[in-house]
Write a protein that binds this ligand. Structure first.
Ligand code: KIV
Ligand code: ZN
Length: 510
């Protein structure tokens, strides 16, 4: 029997700390559902004390998730821990994760505390968290640059205080794989009662080593890895979940442990996170990039045709790439549509939501003959993206002609009341955004505009992401359509709807 490697996903917490990746409560709940479907063991849903928005998100995820443990982050402060405890009240299984920095530079320059004060605060925090749950994780922040003797003292003290998981973060991505693995082995060997707790690691990717460092730690006895979908996270990101899971699974000859992840849900999770955050996945990204299983050279193609294993160490289907991509067309009925959604692991909340999605599917099938799995994912996220529609696109007419100034004429409904505007622009998208602004006058600044084709071909749907910022808040909007100007209008309006919803969002570590 191999040990279990606990997969702790922090896409909704550390991932959300990527500038521009902040998510609404509904988006977090959608991603949490997918993480649960993928059988992630622990979902870190946010930092409840950071803002009311984050508190509400963690609470919503805790109330909804049944099978995974839901975790809330808290500084080693009673008021933070109280907020986390409160947000996690409804969880089937909840965990409080509390942290304080232990490196000389963080203690001296950031905390302005002595090492003894840090130990005292860490111990008090763990004891305080135990009032809410017996599942308490402690992290010595910047452990990768902390002194070994001091780390041992802190960790011994928090085990005695009741911590059940010790998470060792390489907060600034400074460590090398061998060094980090040795650190984990030393901690396990030197700390009394280390066998009573789970050792976890949390590696950042500043030198591109987050996955390598995490795996080295696993070889040296870590039994929980903190990671994110697509490697999202603060600065250069965290260790990517898909790479950790597939490395451990593919090299069972090396690892003495295995995960409980349903790997076929990896690709849908990657797509969902990319579409919610607007962070595109690079084509050559391992496991989930568009080229991850594509063979270009003739020699490779020939080898794969003769025997797949000549050039493939994993099967694309095992991580969710479907072998038969063409799924539905204009003559497909409601039942075929429903069963394909079920096969893709997409659950719609109600019969009404299914009917609305089916109507949109029929509209799309009129414009595009072959509907692929990717189209269905986009269609359903478009459906759920539009839940809170204060502003709604009614119609759009755009004229774009060589030698003429592009012009847009738009009709929007604001709270059900229709308003119309016209504007010129540098191009059709610019004219469209200006016409929307004539009605809404949001004062928001456009930070990012990007278009991706969902499948190939000129009749493919374009998926547009728009990032807007206003008064310190940054939101992403998405829209998909076979007409990219319409997709752009939908994305812009989606972002404006998010800005309009008053849920407070703040950077989690402010
Ligand atoms: O990178 C880090 O140190 C963290 C901690 C809060 C675990 O994110
Ligand atoms: Zn981190």
């Amino acid at each position: 029997m191999k040990d279990k490697l606990i997969i702790f996903d922090t896409t909704l917490r550390d991932g959300e700390q990527s500038p521009g990746a902040s998510m609404t409560r509904e988006e977090k709940v959608r991603i949490a559902k997918q993480l649960e479907r993928m059988r992630v063991d622990v979902i870190e849903a946010g930092f409840p004390a950071a803002s009311n928005g984050d508190f509400e998100s963690v609470k919503a995820v805790a109330d909804m998730v049944k099978d995974s443990t839901v975790c809330g982050l808290a500084r080693a402060l009673e008021r933070d821990i109280d907020r986390a405890g409160e947000a996690l009240k409804g969880a089937n299984s909840g965990r409080i994760h509390t942290f304080i920095a232990t490196s000389p530079i963080h203690m001296e320059k950031k905390l302005r505390m002595s090492p003894d004060q840090v130990i005292e605060q860490a111990v008090n925090a763990v004891k305080w968290a135990r009032k809410y749950t017996d599942n308490v994780e402690f992290s010595p922040e910047d452990a990768g640059r902390s002194e070994l003797d001091f780390l041992c003292r802190v960790l011994e003290a928090v085990i005695a205080a009741g911590a059940t998981t010790l998470n060792i973060p390489d907060t600034v991505g400074y460590n090398m794989p061998e060094q980090f693995g040795t650190l984990i082995r030393n901690l396990r060997e030197r700390i009394p009662n280390s066998d009573k707790v789970i050792f976890s690691v949390h590696c950042h990717n500043d030198l591109g080593l987050a996955v390598a460092n995490s795996l080295s730690a696993v070889i040296n006895g870590a039994r929980q890895v903190e990671c994110t979908i697509n490697g999202l996270g603060e600065r250069a990101g965290n260790a990517s979940l898909e790479e950790i899971v597939m490395a451990v699974r593919t090299r069972q000859d090396i690892f003495m442990c295995e995960t409980g992840i349903d790997a076929t849900q990896i690709l849908p999770a990657s797509r969902l996170v990319s579409s919610v955050t607007g962070f595109a996945v690079q084509p050559n990204k391992a496991i989930v990039g568009a080229n991850a299983f594509a063979h270009e050279s003739g020699i490779h193609q020939d080898g794969v045709l003769k025997n797949r294993e000549t050039y493939e160490i994993m099967r694309a289907e095992d991580v969710g790439w479907s072998a038969n991509k063409m799924v539905l067309g204009k003559h497909s009925g409601r039942n075929a549509f429903r069963s394909r959604l079920v096969e893709l692991g997409i659950q719609l909340e109600s019969e009404d939501a299914l009917n609305a999605a089916f109507a949109r599917f029929k509209e799309l099938a009129d414009k595009k003959h072959e509907i692929f799995d990717e189209d269905l994912h986009a269609l359903v996220s478009d459906e759920t993206a539009n839940e809170d529609e204060h502003f709604k696109l009614v119609s759009l007419k755009v004229c774009s002609e060589t030698g003429e100034t592009p012009h847009a004429n738009i009709v929007l409904a604001e709270n059900g009341k229709e308003k119309q505007a016209n504007a010129d622009g540098g191009g059709p998208v610019d004219a469209t955004f200006k016409s929307i602004e004539q009605i809404i006058n949001s004062g928001a600044e456009l930070q990012l505009y990007s278009v991706n084709n969902i499948t190939s071909g000129t009749d493919a749907q374009g998926e547009v992401t728009v990032r807007l910022s206003k008064g310190g808040r940054i939101v992403n909007g998405q829209g998909a359509d076979t007409d990219i100007v319409v997709a752009s209008a939908k994305a812009y309006i989606h972002a404006l709807n998010k800005l309009h919803s008053k849920l407070e969002r703040a950077h989690p570590q402010v």
